[in-house]
Ligand binder design. Structure first.
Ligand SMILES: [Zn+2]
Length: 98
């Protein structure tokens, strides 16, 4: 399955891939934003929501550091979603301060 991604999305996916290979701890949303030069965590959240809805990442937004690359299709093991965002996911996510 090939899903088109823009340059920023590719940088995020590459960052997640590197973290997954070399670190035990996955990055927080803030760290992902910092890694690709996004200034606000709300824009990072928006991009992650989009990648999640397109089946490119696994993510349970209520659980910190739960973002990881999604390998293969099927049901997202974290939230149980099938890749299409349910209506409830359009609700603004609470942003946790560090
Ligand atoms: Zn999910």
């Amino acid at each position: 399955m090939h899903v088109p991604t823009n340059e920023l999305e590719q940088r995020i996916l590459k960052f997640l891939d590197t973290r997954e290979r070399y670190e035990r701890l996955m990055p927080s949303v803030r760290e992902i934003g910092d890694a690709v030069g996004l200034k606000s965590s709300s824009s990072t959240h928006a991009i992650l929501r989009d990648l999640h809805s397109r089946g490119l990442i696994e993510w349970e937004p209520r659980v910190s550091r739960s973002v990881r690359l999604r390998r293969g299709g099927g049901v997202c093991p974290l939230c149980g979603g099938t890749g299409r965002a349910p209506a409830s996911e359009s609700v603004e996510e609470p942003v946790h301060s560090a």
